[in-house]
Design a protein around this ligand. Structure first.
Ligand code: 7RM
Length: 652
């Protein structure tokens, strides 16, 4: 019953462009495979070699790996500091290199060199110390995508203080839950942020969230917009009152390898959010190494990852990986469509962006605006593109490849999770041929497998559960305050010491991995286990469809029936005719077994703020049930109401 029938067979394959390949760090499949085999056979040796060359240590470690199954400790006995690895060690060699190019939504640009960033981090770290914050404490950060967010994060790291960044789009309730669970002592925020030309009043939300929360003693407020806000005497402090007078010297706190670097909350499929805990050395090593090889980093690059720092992608690939590697990082505060849909392309042109890393959901909305937007800008600085967050449908992949990369840039489809800390499966762009919708091969030291519920390995092209067979340095160590939940969810689901990802996947005969989405999202139609993602991909390949979400609804005969929620492109007309056409289209693309029972046209799909469709909610709607469970991660509650209303109309 764990086999997943994979129905979409994508056969196109794109070898690395020759010009890219000849300058890449890893230039051939043979080179990749030799290194991967070495790392698999001698993980201790491989990771020790990498840790010694990639990181700067205060004290060397004694044991590379101590593990009991998937519970592991890395580089035991070693000491280091994460902010030193991201800043101090670059000062002698490239102190005047630009670390951050930060563009605010209104359009102003600020550049900070490594030396300037270091200075600011030291001052803020001293400010935190003056508030009594010390190693072992938790500081919560709720800020816009401005340099001060990066500075706050690294200031915590400098003191061995755990940061818990909460995405600035979250509600007061979500912020409160996270602060309570983390027992945060200090909250760093801003008066507001700019989004689609308007000011979002962050501080108001903060005030609301703090009512009744006892752990938070102080709130440090960065002035971003200048809009008037309330300050609570004795609790709230302005950044500009406290920080500028601080010393530019701050001795970093040297911490043990396994000292927790941060907490990051992620929504579970049900119930309360989980505080994922990452530690210092292993996490830094994983992010720096993957960033260097998968983005084929070069010293002159200007790298842009559009993810908000409130998500793991922002932690790993805006801050820690890139800064550890001494990269010039582009940071953008605002919306992709402000003042118009050309904004991203304009940023690429203006700053000469070389690598552009974003999410399929963003690519699809940019694609819908038409080719004229990217065509207006010079995108010739780009040499590599990346995607993350969900499977990318081939149509969006091909658009990205042709219209943005002009067929010249490899696309790295990077599969990983908050829990894995760093990218696990992705093509090395100079070595591995890419296929639209395929994450391809595991990174060095990562040993994935496809198994059934009993943990037996499945063969080529048999869809099943994606597991990781060996521990790796950047994996989560626990769930904050709930180690049992960590063991139950990740370590004990599948027999035989493996890490369970919760995703379904298939490995093809080339050894490439195709992610089929969350196992919870798999349908069972008349005994066929189908990936909802593949049916969605078939739907969006129809010219009238903008986005699609597919869920199962209980069906007496077939177990589950296929129910599709579809948003249409501007000019498409919803109605019986299109409905029929779409059903036929899916059958043509996939086969009769995937014929949708029901298609509902809706205005918008319920998504998390990082763009993942919340199918759990749609399943409830499809089955005519009340919505259950946590909706705190839902971006826009109103979408649910409009879908409900549309469904009610259908019922009449
Ligand atoms: C980095 C991130 C993790 C889940 C993961 C998958 C899905 C992420 C891809 C992907 C297919 C990809 N962390 N996912 N990347 N599915 N192809 N390249 O997104 O914790 O927020 O989400 O996202 O289901 O388990 S996350």
């Amino acid at each position: 019953m764990t086999h997943i029938t994979s129905i979409l067979q994508e056969i196109r394959s794109f070898p690395p462009p020759t010009a890219f390949q000849s300058q890449a760090h890893i230039k051939s499949v043979e080179e990749y495979e030799a290194l991967w085999e070495h790392a698999k056979a001698h993980p201790d040796l491989f990771w020790a070699e990498q840790a010694a060359s990639v990181l700067t240590w205060d004290r060397p470690w004694q044991e590379t790996l101590l593990n009991k199954g998937m519970e592991s400790q890395w580089f035991v006995g070693g000491q280091l500091n994460a902010s030193v690895n991201c800043l101090d060690r670059h000062l002698d060699t490239q102190g005047d290199k630009v670390a951050l190019i930060a563009e605010g939504e209104p359009g102003e640009v600020r550049e900070l060199t490594y030396r300037q960033l270091h200075r600011e981090v030291c001052k803020v770290a001293n400010a935190l110390q003056s508030l009594g914050i010390q190693k072992g404490d938790v500081v919560s950060i709720y800020m816009p995508m401005v340099p001060e967010l990066v500075i706050a994060v690294l200031a915590c790291a400098r003191l061995g203080v755990m940061h818990s960044v909460v995405f600035a789009g979250f509600s007061a309730e979500a912020l409160r839950n996270r602060n309570e669970d983390a027992k945060a002592k200090l909250l760093i925020t801003a008066d507001g942020l700019y989004r689609r030309g308007a000011i979002v009043p962050l501080k108001e939300t903060v005030d609301q969230s703090l009512r009744g929360v006892s752990s938070v003693k102080n709130v440090l407020v960065y002035r971003r917009t200048g809009a008037p806000i309330a300050m609570e005497p004795g609790r709230d402090l302005w950044w500009h009152d406290l920080v500028p007078s601080q010393s530019e010297v701050c001795v970093p706190v040297s911490v043990e390898s396994e000292h927790p670097l941060f907490l990051l909350y992620t929504s579970g499929s049900t119930g309360k959010p989980k505080g994922i805990v990452h530690t210092t050395a292993g996490y830094l090593l994983g992010t720096a190494l993957t960033h260097r090889y998968i983005f084929d980093l070069k010293p002159t690059d200007r790298y842009w990852c559009t993810a908000d720092v409130g998500w793991i992608t922002g932690h790993s690939y805006v801050i820690y990986g890139p800064l550890c590697n001494g990269t010039t990082v582009v940071l953008y505060e605002g919306a992709p469509n402000f003042p118009d849909w050309g904004r991203f392309w304009k940023i690429i042109e203006k700053h000469g962006v070389t690598q552009f890393y974003t999410a399929p959901t963003a690519i699809r909305s940019l694609m819908q605006q038409g080719d004229a937007w990217p065509a207006q800008y010079d995108l010739s600085s780009l040499r590599l593109l990346g995607t993350v967050g969900e499977p990318i449908n081939p149509k969006a992949w091909l658009w990205f490849h042709e219209k943005i990369g002009k067929t010249r840039c490899p696309i790295v489809d990077t599969w990983w999770q908050t829990e894995t800390g760093a990218i696990m499966i992705a093509p090395l762009p100079g070595a591995i041929s890419t296929k639209p919708g395929c994450a391809t091969r595991p990174f060095f030291g990562i040993v994935p497998d496809i198994v059934d519920r009993q943990g037996h390995s499945l063969g080529d092209n048999e869809g099943g559960l994606l597991v990781i067979r060996q521990p790796w340095p950047s994996m989560l160590r626990t769930i904050h305050g709930d180690h049992e939940r960590f063991l139950d969810q990740y370590c004990k689901v599948i027999p035989g010491e493996v890490y369970f990802t919760g995703d379904g996947a298939r490995r093809d005969s080339d050894g490439d991995y195709w992610i089929l989405g969350r196992v919870d999202d798999v349908l069972n139609v008349a005994g066929h286990r189908l990936s909802t993602m593949e049916i969605e991909s078939a739907l969006v390949s129809h010219p009238s469809v903008a986005e699609a979400a597919v869920v199962g609804k209980p069906d007496e005969v077939r177990g589950e029936a296929i129910c599709c929620f579809v948003t249409l492109k501007g000019d498409a007309i919803p109605g019986e005719e299109l409905l029929k056409e779409l059903k036929i289209h899916v059958v043509d693309q996939i086969g009769a077994l995937a014929r949708p029972e029901e298609i509902r046209f809706v205005q918008a799909l319920p998504k998390t703020r990082s763009g993942k469709i919340m199918r759990r909610l749609l399943r409830d709607l499809a089955a005519g049930r009340q919505i259950t469970g946590d909706v705190s991660t839902l971006e826009d509650l109103a979408t649910l109401d409009t879908i409900r209303a549309a469904s009610a109309e259908d019922d009449m």
